[in-house]
Write a protein that binds this ligand. Sequence first.
Ligand code: GLN
Length: 561
Amino acid sequence: MMENPRKLINFACGFTKSRHVETKYIFVTGGVVSSLGKGIISSSLARLLLSRGYSVTIQKFDPYINIDPGTLNPYEHGECYVTDDGHEADLDLGHYERFTDIHTSRANNVTTGRVYQSVINKERHGDYLGKTVQIVPHITDEIKRDVKLLGNTGKYDFVITEIGGTVGDIESTPYLEAVRQLRWELGRSALCIHLTYVPYIRAAKELKTKPTQHSVKLLQSVGIQPDILVLRTEKEIPPAMRRKVAQFCNVRPEAVIQSIDAPSIYEVPLMMHEQGLDSLVVEMTGTEKHSEPDLTAWNHFLHKLENARETVNIALVGKYVELQDAYKSISESLMQAATYCDRRLNLVYVHSEKVTEANVEEKLAGMDGVIIAPGFGQRGIEGKFTALKWCREHDIPTFGICLGMQCMVIEFARNVLGLENANSTEMDPGTRHNVIDLMEEQKSISNMGGTMRLGAYECRLKEGSIPAEAYGRELVSERHRHRFEFNEEFRSRFEEAGMECVGENPDTGLVEIVQIPSLTWFVGTQYHPEYKSTVLHPNPLFMSFIKAAIAYSEKKGKADA
Ligand code: GLN
């Protein structure tokens, strides 16, 4: 008999019974400057509401014209995050998932480009019945439709919507107009949290609230009265100053909350809870009260984070090391795993373009483990090969991710199999030894955006391999973002010489994982395990890698003693 699809959806979302709820919409806007941490505040609020037993989702609206960040250079926008359903998303969705364990999707990240594309498609289709298509109401209606898409499923008590950019930006204007209209239509079921900055003027030894007042005025001038203000600050904001902000900005005094710089972003939910952010949201939206949040598991993690004394030293070899946001999910995954192993992570970024035969020892000898990063294109690739050769010859725990795995294969082909100039056809389309090659289904593709092999696919693990031991399962599902793959034609030569394929796609046979079993921990994954590692559920392969790194450092320590 067919399963009831509704039941299946509910099961996938963690519900035990089917129900329909009245969804409350929380909008998070930002003012004064960018990079104040709207994503962290949104994620923290989501964590608190989830821990009180509500069902929650978070979405991000980005005011740029790109359809998605997939075509953006990491220098522009940091890491491109990937969801289960294969959406190339803003890195804030990574924060959302790491804080909440919610699996996000294409519906959780909308850009101006997507909004316009949809409106223009409708116009071409004749859906507007001869009307002039305008920003208001057509673009704003489209935004409103997207805002409510997840809420309309009836599954969520709260939909938190983060509006990218800063109030006053030309690009943000249609979003703010949509928020204004929604607040009017939804009444108490919608609420606006505005995040601003309170600078500390060192010379005057004073905190200044004027930028906050101006930013709230700007918001009011487009018809939005914020309900809650979160003030980002380096120093404690005195109660009298908060009362002043409340008075100037028409906000209740207890709804002026400070977000002071914290040693870890994972402390922010606790800081928000102490000041009553979650209670305020529940009360102001007239939501049925649930018990206080159960943060036991979260606090357990924080306790470990704060109390770890010994360090684990990991090098990340990549070409975007000047911008650490480019490897955000990897660095967070390493930190989570290190924390659960009671270690402080010392992550050393090594610029792959600067690694040479002459300096590789100096760069890597003090490390307990090495990550070879994902990436695209030729730049920095030779440094990755040099690092890998050194790691392989010194049996140091080494983890190659996506391009990093492909580099493991190429280095092995060149230096162990003796296949001269072995390469990926991405770097050398004419190579005779194309050990990494373009996937068949990619050969006819010319558009760049959204056309890679993206999202979650299954991988079958070989019994007894490191990944099989780590996951404790035979079948896993992990996320992907690539065009090239291990070339099956060479497989037997690799396996005979000691590099094994220990994970493959059960349907297509695509090689997902390579391992050198004679080495302690030398594993490369075509997939990106970092996208599914969260604070409460660190990825097993990162856990296994960090444990191996710790064991290696202890062995090294003994040998040095
Ligand atoms: N450039 C490689 C490919 O497209 C690897 C991609 C990655 O590291 N995400 O297959």
